[in-house]
Ligand binder design. Structure first.
Ligand code: NDP
Ligand code: GDR
Length: 362
């Protein structure tokens, strides 16, 4: 019998990589997607299987983390061996704009799923993974940050995720459920959402290189993050649910880099050397060869409270799960810039008269 997994947030970056991984491992994979006025399944379209065929192993259900009856019905129908709760309003800055919704989806949403498991009497059958985050550490209390570092969340997103962290731990202790928190540090990929800083940068770099954009506007470029590749991190999520005893684990690379250095690295991938001048909001990055300013600061991207430095200590996951990241930041950056160059080549072609060329050929 194939194992059955249910993934919330299957249309997101991690959901797509995890669904792919579990299908490769022979699982039957169910995903929850939200109704949207446009198609929102771009990241998983390659996994789609015609639902009329026999032995379909990838199925989607409409649902929402704010709707408990819907979640109970899906869990009842799917009877999952494993639930991966990846759905969330996951943008830290946006959470300052929609704090109540963020709490509803990210904090109470996790509770709704745990309760669905209880209500349906699946506590002994269904294992639960919660997408916890390095944002829980927030204000720097110690470095590197590990499973024992105290939390000090610095955004409505992080505060909502703090509730989810503790409710998962509480249900594990109260009801003996196999429930884990993966405290994951930032992980990126060519599938990363376009408004997270790495993807915003690699898209901007590709567009600038192809003559489709003049400059990139950023916020706090002195922030430091421990960036890994999403592909490595979904493997860690799966490993957490395959142990004898449920526990919480940090996944990280153990190295940290400023946003500024990520910008410099990304431009280097397209043979542009960036030099930095000025300070604070007046800091600028310019092309050493042409003198053109390619990066400027826009204070609108500053957050009311910031997380200045994240650097994780993944030694518990390495020791107990045998997990280790395979991609370093240089290869991640290259992967993302190359993918965005490929993506925007078509736009360059259209800008250079591709429409006319196409029309002439008709
Ligand atoms: P994404 O933003 O790419 O994906 C989030 C997913 O959640 C999307 O599928 C989205 O649907 C779905 N979603 C959002 N709100 C709801 C809702 N109310 N009901 C149902 N589904 C909803 O995030 P990532 O893939 O990057 O991250 C996955 C999880 O891991 C998130 O919980 C995030 O907070 C957490 N995390 C991420 C880290 C990272 O660096 N990527 C690090 C640590 C934790 P739609 O496509 O319709 O928007
Ligand atoms: P983060 O990721 O907040 O760490 O949350 P993000 O890429 O949004 O920001 C990283 C750092 O870059 C700074 N920054 C900017 N950020 C964005 N988005 N846009 C900008 O223009 C910009 N300029 C500078 C930010 O201030 C910040 O310091 C991600 C999400 O995936 C969360 O869901 C997850 O929990 C954490 O990672 C771990």
């Amino acid at each position: 019998m194939n194992k059955v997994a249910l993934i919330t947030g299957v249309t997101g970056q991690d959901g797509a990589y995890l669904a792919e991984l579990l299908l490769e491992k022979g699982y039957e994979v169910h995903g929850i997607k939200r109704r949207s006025s446009l198609f929102n399944t771009d990241r998983i379209d390659h996994l789609y299987q015609d639902q009329h065929e026999d032995n379909v192993r990838f199925k989607l259900h409409y649902g929402d983390m704010t709707d408990s009856t819907n979640l109970i019905r899906i869990v009842q129908e799917v009877q999952p061996d494993e639930i991966y709760n990846l759905a969330a309003m996951s943008h830290v800055q946006v959470s300052f704009e929609v704090p109540e919704y963020t709490a509803n989806a990210d904090a109470t949403g996790a509770l709704r799923l745990l309760e669905a498991i209880r209500i349906l009497g699946l506590e002994k059958k269904t294992r639960f993974y919660q997408a916890s985050t390095s944002e829980l550490y927030g204000k720097v209390m110690e470095v590197p940050q590990s499973e024992t570092t105290p939390f000090y969340p610095r955004s409505p997103y992080a505060v909502a995720k703090l509730y989810a962290f503790w409710i998962v731990k509480n249900y594990r202790e109260a009801y003996g459920m196999y429930a884990c928190n993966g405290i994951l540090f930032n992980h990126e990929s060519p599938l990363r959402g376009e408004t997270f800083v790495t993807r915003k940068i690699t898209r901007g770099v590709a567009k600038i290189k192809l003559g489709l954009q003049e400059k990139i506007y950023l916020g706090n470029i002195s922030a430091k993050r421990d960036w890994g590749h999403a592909k490595d991190y979904v493997e860690g999520m799966w490993l957490m649910l395959q142990q004898e005893v449920a526990d919480d684990y940090v996944l990280a690379t153990g190295t940290t880099t400023t946003v500024r250095d990520f910008v410099t690295m990304s431009f280097k991938e397209v043979d542009i050397e960036i030099e930095w001048t000025g300070e604070g909001v007046n800091e600028k990055g310019f092309d050493k060869a042409t003198g053109n300013v390619l990066v400027e600061i826009d204070p609108k991207y500053f957050r009311p409270t910031e997380v200045d430095l994240l650097i994780g200590d993944p030694s518990k996951a390495q020791k107990e799960l045998g997990w280790k990241h395979k991609h370093d930041l240089a290869s991640l950056c290259k992967d993302m810039v190359q993918a965005d160059m490929k993506l925007f080549k078509r736009d360059e072609y259209l800008k250079l008269g591709g429409h006319d060329i196409l029309n002439q050929n008709e």
